[in-house]
Write a protein that binds this ligand. Structure first.
Ligand code: SAM
Length: 292
């Protein structure tokens, strides 16, 4: 099968199967061989790797993954794409297509079965409507992961990569950077897709930290604190924590904890680094224990 990265080949397949794009599934298929080659190169996959692809579409990138990896599992929600994938991937015996919603797949089990529980690589041109739940699901469920190389909305890639003091900095930046090192490796314009999305895109590689970069006693508490601080952007950190429905802290405890951290009490959440959020959650955690 000729590469689907060439627009004419994609059009032929779509016509052969009379395929209708489904907006609700975020279907924007890649039609640019340079972008495909760049993703494969930046993902660093080798013939030793098992790769999970999320949303193979008509199999455009899957073909490249099959050529470069030992084994591939591709999870696709749209049942109308399954017969097409059987056709476009018929030359490969190292791929399994799974017709399911990625958010419902037990990826730990898949990594165990396909890769003996060793770290896997994830490569995908993601459906943008569920980018965050997919990434957070992969990290929080402690799936053994080496790296995640994904196409996302440009604005979301920026949010993952930035540090404190920038407008894009928020809960997503901190969550991603707690688990991985993010690097934007390509900017991709809308004309590289069919149909064209109305937003710019970027490829970002998230390389999982071997060890978490900060010492935190209670991850869940830290993420509750992070979410609370960014829920009300223009408010101070103290107000954000005070108004958080899922952490019950007195004004005094909040005030004391911020003082102990050594920052001004009227500081805003968006000025704190990951290191400071970890410290703050350790301070608050010890006070909560002390109280109860
Ligand atoms: N990989 C293909 C490419 O690059 O041309 C298609 C990428 S397209 C942006 C996203 C794909 O994810 C679509 O094929 C869509 O049907 C699929 N998808 C959407 N939601 C999904 C979900 N919850 N689980 C699995 N696949 C999903």
């Amino acid at each position: 099968m000729a590469t689907l990265g060439i627009p004419q080949n994609t059009i032929e397949v779509l016509q052969k199967y009379n395929f209708n794009f489904q907006k609700k599934f975020g279907q924007n298929f890649l039609i640019d061989t340079h972008v495909l080659e760049k993703i494969i190169e930046e993902s660093g996959i080798t013939k030793d790797d098992f790769v999970l692809e999320i949303g193979p579409g008509i199999g455009t990138m899957t073909q490249y993954l099959c050529e470069n990896a030992r084994e591939v599992a591709a999870v696709e929600i749209d049942k109308n794409l399954i017969p097409i994938l059987a056709d476009t991937l018929s030359a490969y015996d190292n791929v399994e297509v799974i017709n399911d919603d990625i958010l419902k797949v037990d990826i730990n089990k898949l990594a165990e079965e396909k890769n003996g529980g060793k770290p896997i690589k994830v490569v995908a041109n993601l459906p943008y409507y569920i980018t965050t739940p997919i990434i957070m699901g992969l990290f929080e469920s402690h799936v053994p992961i080496d790296s995640i190389t994904i196409m996302v909305q440009k604005e979301v890639a920026d949010r993952m990569q930035v540090g404190p003091g920038t407008k894009d900095y928020g809960a997503l930046s901190l969550a991603v950077q707690y688990y991985a090192k993010p690097e934007i490796v390509a900017i991709v314009p809308p004309n590289c897709f069919m149909p064209r999305p109305n937003v710019g895109s970027a490829v970002i590689r998230l390389t999982r930290h071997k060890e978490v970069p900060v010492q935190v006693n209670d991850e869940k508490l830290m993420f509750k604190i992070i979410r609370a601080s960014f829920n009300q952007r223009r408010k101070t950190l103290a107000n954000g924590l005070n108004n958080a429905p899922d952490i019950h802290l007195s004004k005094e405890v909040i005030q004391e904890s911020i003082e102990e951290l050594g920052v001004p009490v009227n500081i805003r959440g968006e000025a704190l680094t990951l290191q400071q959020f970890a410290q703050l959650s350790n301070i608050i955690g010890s006070k909560i224990k002390f109280d109860s």
